[in-house]
Write a protein that binds this ligand. Structure first.
Ligand code: SF4
Ligand code: SF4
Length: 270
């Protein structure tokens, strides 16, 4: 895959809410404690979702503390399902299909998320045979998103998920062994790391809720799957951190001095 192809694939994994039928606001199970306006079951539209699929309180989400709404990122699954798979057939016009559309959305979300991680991993490896393996896995994931709906919904993603996890673990352990900074802990709730040198540290799957990372050095720091809700990344350079997703960044506390990887957009509320 050439870099142009990689860039256009990345572009398909970015959310485009204007081209979506508010799928996350309908398909997801939400709770007030996770920063949504109400507790609601999956498949039930949020009461704030308007008939044109816009959010009634969009401009007030930050003020109202709707952290769950602000953080969520579907890796482009919303517009893919709305515009591609169900063009002209949204869940409002076709309520009998709403459950199916939710299931397809969740499936495409998982596949897009795995493809996103594979793209990130691809940028970290140079070995050609390894890169080919990543390309093949990405192609397999993309192919699953193009299956007819009935076939897609029969697919068990466990095996694909297992293969993706395996290659991500290999890349993560390599980063950790090169830096000799393998994590020996995974709970950093509220920990104050202010201005520490955390280059090459492996924080994959770590709990870093409300951790203070302000001013830390984070070159090659691995945040794969880390829980960064309310982590302080003000005045911090994360441009060379790895496996950092948009959803993780959206859930942190940053400011105009925070530097992000080029693949991540700056949250509008900073
Ligand atoms: S599902 Fe994705 S594209 Fe659709 S509204 Fe939610 S975040 Fe935006
Ligand atoms: S408050 Fe708005 S963004 Fe949040 S779930 Fe409801 S409609 Fe979606």
């Amino acid at each position: 895959m050439k870099s142009d192809d990689t860039n256009s694939l990345r572009a398909t994994l970015r959310i485009d809410c204007d081209k979506c039928s508010g799928l996350c606001c309908m398909a997801l199970y939400c709770t007030k404690t996770d920063g949504f306006p109400e507790n609601k079951e999956a498949g039930v539209p949020c009461k704030q979702l308007m008939p044109d699929f816009r959010c009634r309180i969009h401009s007030m989400l930050a003020k109202k503390g709707m952290k769950g709404c602000l953080a969520y990122d579907c890796f482009g699954a919303g517009q893919k399902v709305t515009q591609g798979i169900y063009a002209n057939e949204d869940w409002k016009k076709n309520p009998e299909k709403a459950t199916e559309i939710c299931r397809v959305f969740m499936m495409v979300f998982q596949l897009h998320q795995m493809i996103w991680y594979l793209l990130e991993a691809l940028s970290l490896v140079t070995d050609e045979s390894e890169r080919r393996k990543f390309h093949d896995l990405m192609a397999a994931g993309r192919q699953l998103t193009t299956l007819p709906v009935e076939e897609m919904l029969k697919v068990d993603l466990t095996a694909y998920h297992g293969k993706v996890n395996q290659v991500l673990k290999q890349v993560s352990s390599r980063i950790a062994s090169v830096s000799s900074k393998k994590a020996n802990n995974s709970d950093y709730f509220g920990k104050n790391f202010k201005k520490s040198n955390l280059n090459g540290r492996d924080f994959s799957m770590a709990i870093m809720v409300a951790a203070n990372l302000e001013g830390c050095s984070l070159k090659g720091t691995n945040f794969l799957g880390a829980d960064l809700r309310d982590a302080n990344i003000k005045n911090t350079d994360l441009s060379e951190a790895v496996f950092l997703t948009q959803m993780q960044v959206n859930a942190t506390l940053g400011n105009s001095n925070t530097k992000l990887p080029t693949t991540i957009s700056r949250p509008a509320v900073w």
